[in-house]
Design a protein around this ligand. Structure first.
Ligand code: UD1
Ligand code: UDP
Length: 371
């Protein structure tokens, strides 16, 4: 039997890939003591492949499960059944999953059924509302309840785990690997965005929105707010890399396509997106990852949700929850456009989520597993 710790890392969507990539690289660097096996479910296809290419990760297993307009039931059963085979073949010492996606939840359940210990990266995030975000809040609670090792990004996430009566022996505050990915990317890449013609004399408002609970009326409200803001402010331009989910594409293109100073573009490769965040004046988003990255870059973030599992940046004042009410979005963006002091208060660069060393800390812990 090998003395090396065999680590099976499973991920499937863009944000998991971005946040697991620096960790996979760090595990690979320690090949004298750690044996790295990577399995992608490909819950996302194109958006996952963009990240694999950027970080030069070649998965050992690719389950290739994505279907157009997929649903939670088939996704869950595909991940569960297909990861069973991988776990049986690899016989890992630990399975690492990330965050709160269906890939993470079903892969963790699969590992639990096989009685393999689970390490949860980005453990302990909570909104304490089971339908917001849906189904992510329950996914993360479930993954935590199945896990043995908890890699929590902040003091608050550690405290959430302790409050949930989870065994505290293996709760570690590591920082969030998203900051490792962000710092690596902004320091090593500066990709321009092909075909996007932004005017340098206009302020750029960057928008992303894809959450399930924003499907229907909320996403239409967001679009109407953006349209009105652009009409009322001739000095702004909006860039929206539109998520490929048909529930997002349809309303967004119906309401915002071919409008002056609104650029609807394909999801950007991560380095280009980081570059765009750096150039932006204000960011409007319902994304989890963007809420963590933008404060590091000193960009004010207005969150298009009523709750967040990432309260740290809200407390620092760089992130504000504005929800999806049209008038509330307009009022808050207008305030940042008109009031320099308000803008400055929010534009301070703070880094509550990490220092770029989270992967190293996690690897140091993984090395001890067989010790
Ligand atoms: C998923 C995660 C969500 C995460 C988000 C990140 C779940 C339940 N949801 O939501 O937590 O915040 O990813 O973006 O795990 N599609 C493509 N190409 C791609 C990716 C998606 O065409 O590369 C389309 C497909 O039609 C797919 C649909 O988007 O069926 C939805 O993908 P899915 O992963 O089910 O949901 P997301 O909304 O992306
Ligand atoms: N992102 C990207 N290209 C884009 C939009 C976002 O690379 O066009 C990155 C972003 O920087 C962040 C991650 O994708 O790291 C967030 O993914 P998403 O918003 O899809 O998921 P969430 O974080 O909400 O789960």
């Amino acid at each position: 039997m090998s003395d090396k710790v065999k680590i099976l890392t499973v991920f499937g969507t863009r944000p998991e890939a971005i946040k697991m990539a620096p960790l996979v690289k760090e595990i690979e660097k320690n090949s004298d003591t750690l044996d790295s096996v990577v399995c992608v479910t490909a819950q996302h296809r194109q958006m996952l492949d963009q990240v694999l290419e950027l970080f030069d990760i070649k998965p050992d297993f690719d389950l290739d499960i994505m279907k157009n307009n997929q649903n939670l039931w088939s996704l869950t059963s595909d991940v569960l059944l297909k990861t069973k085979e991988v776990i049986e073949k690899v016989q890992p010492d630990i399975v690492l999953v990330h965050g709160d996606t269906t890939t993470s939840m079903a892969a963790a359940l699969s590992a639990f059924y096989a009685k393999v210990p689970i390490g949860h990266v980005e453990a302990g995030l909570r909104t304490f509302d089971k339908y917001y975000p849906f189904p992510e809040e329950i996914n993360r609670v479930f993954v935590d309840s199945l896990s043995t090792y908890f890699f929590a990004p902040t003091d608050k996430s550690c405290q959430n785990l302790i409050n949930s009566q989870l065994p505290s022996k293996h709760i570690y505050k590591t920082g969030n690997t998203v900051i490792d990915a962000l710092l690596y990317t902004v320091n090593n890449h500066s990709e321009e965005i092909e075909g996007l013609k932004l005017k340098s004399d206009l302020k750029t408002v960057l928008l992303t929105s894809h959450r399930r609970e924003n499907f229907g009326e909320p996403i239409k409200n967001i679009c109407s707010a953006v349209l009105e803001l652009v009409q009322n402010n001739k000095n702004i331009q909006v860039v929206y890399p539109v998520h490929p989910n048909p529930n997002v594409q349809k309303p967004v293109f119906e309401l915002l396509d071919n409008k002056e100073r609104i650029h609807l573009i394909k999801p950007l490769e991560y380095a280009a997106f980081c570059n765009l965040m750096k150039k932006s004046h204000i960011i409007l988003t319902d994304s989890g990852g963007v809420q963590e990255e933008a404060p590091s870059l000193g960009k004010p973030v207005l969150v298009l949700r009523d709750t967040t599992e990432r309260p740290e940046a809200v407390e620092y004042g760089t992130v504000k929850l504005v929800g999806t009410d049209k008038n509330k979005i307009i009022t808050n963006v207008q305030l940042l456009l008109d009031d320099e002091n308000e803008y400055k208060k929010m534009a301070e660069a703070v880094n509550p989520y990490g220092d770029g060393l989270a992967s190293k800390r996690i690897v140091d812990i993984l090395k001890q597993i067989k010790a």
